[in-house]
Ligand binder design. Structure first.
Ligand code: ADP
Ligand code: MG
Length: 340
């Protein structure tokens, strides 16, 4: 069983500037699985931007063109679970063998392998075997390989062998066409000005865009009301409010510096005084935890540091919170302040 969802097809994956590269790389791979330099093909991007959809689309298209090929879609989480079970049952070799005879292996959300060294190790061997035999590997991740944490270097370097293609936030036109396509497929009619209104106001991800339209349709049919711009306004507001929850890096720096009673300039300064360094590292750690910003962007916003410094800060905070009671309390206190 390939575990592919036929609704996640290329046809239903609307093209725009935000996804053109990833989409065409996906099509190239689907035409010649294992036969392009895009091996592995790694699709990365934020939540709800279409990674899972595109990964399925490639698999669905390959199955269509090459029915004899074995294609398998699996989330990294499920892969990990299967591996753990196999080890428990002394079936590690069967597990490896099963994956080594697949023609096209699609693993979704590989960031889930972070810190799971056993699973990374077995995946490394499977990957090498598939790659050497001209089999296709397709991966998705919520970040680019350079920003991945706690993934072994040798695996990261494999991820970089092929092509890493980013899915970005779709622009307005693409959002409109995604909505129109969805309404068309669901057989629902909606006035253009309402579609425009929703597309204009929900920018961050496609899943929310679809969610807003679905609840708009549900509200109007449930209350037997016409879909009006006023109803759209109410629903969109709810969605925007719920999603505005991501805290900004500025806000994190303010909370951390207030907590230690210093000002933001001090927090960002070049000083090596221990308590200031720790405050800065905590700000970086929470920026990593609570925002979607890349390590490089976090570093540049917190005192113009580079991405390696941020990575080091995150590791230090992790280490200190498991060895130092006082430090753990800082992490908990600040974490609470940031989550309300
Ligand atoms: P991710 O895996 O990146 O979190 P998904 O692949 O689950 O995102 O996509 C979220 C929703 O948005 C799905 O319903 C998907 O079909 C839809 N979607 C995302 N991108 C597009 C697109 N370019 N065209 C049509 N639908 C899309
Ligand atoms: Mg996904």
């Amino acid at each position: 069983e390939s575990q592919l969802n036929p609704n996640y097809s290329f046809e239903n994956f609307l093209e725009g500037d935000s996804n053109r590269l990833a989409r065409s790389a996906g099509l190239a791979v689907a035409n010649k699985p294992g036969g392009t330099s895009f091996n592995p093909l790694l699709i990365f991007g934020g939540v709800g931007l279409g990674k899972t959809h595109l990964a399925h689309a490639i698999g669905v298209d390959i199955k269509d063109k090459y029915p004899e090929k074995t294609v398998l879609y699996i989330s990294a989480e499920k892969f990990t679970q299967q591996y753990i079970d196999a080890v428990k049952k002394n079936n590690r070799n069967d597990f490896i063998h099963f994956y080594q005879i697949i023609d096209v292996l699609i693993i979704d959300d590989v960031q889930f392998l972070s810190g799971k060294t056993g699973t990374q190790d077995v995946f490394f061997h499977i990957f090498n075997h598939l790659h050497q035999n001209g089999k296709q590997v397709i991966l998705t991740s919520d970040k680019a390989p350079v920003d991945m944490q706690d993934i072994e270097q040798r695996l990261l370097s494999r991820f970089k062998w092929g092509l890493s293609a980013e899915l970005q936030n779709p622009d307005f036109e693409t959002r409109v066409s995604i909505l129109k396509n969805k309404l068309y497929r669901d057989g629902v009619e909606m006035p253009d000005d309402i579609i425009d209104y929703v597309a204009k106001n929900i920018k961050s991800n496609v899943r929310e865009l679809e969610g807003a339209i679905i609840s708009l349709i549900a509200q109007s049919s449930f209350n037997k009301k016409e879909i009006t711009i006023d109803l759209a306004r109410v629903i969109v507001e709810k969605f925007v409010k719920n999603t505005k929850r991501e805290v900004s890096i500025d806000y994190i720096q303010k909370v951390v510096s207030d907590y230690f009673q210093m000002d933001i300039d001090t927090l960002q300064s070049k000083t090596r005084k221990r308590h200031i360094v720790q405050a800065r590292q905590l700000a970086m750690f929470f920026a990593k935890k609570f925002t979607k910003a890349s390590l490089a962007s976090i570093g540049s916003q917190i005192g113009k540091r580079d991405h390696a410094t941020v990575l080091h800060a995150c590791k230090t905070v992790d280490n200190l919170s498991s060895t130092d009671k006082q430090f753990r309390k800082y992490v908990e206190d600040i974490g609470k302040k940031l989550s309300v």
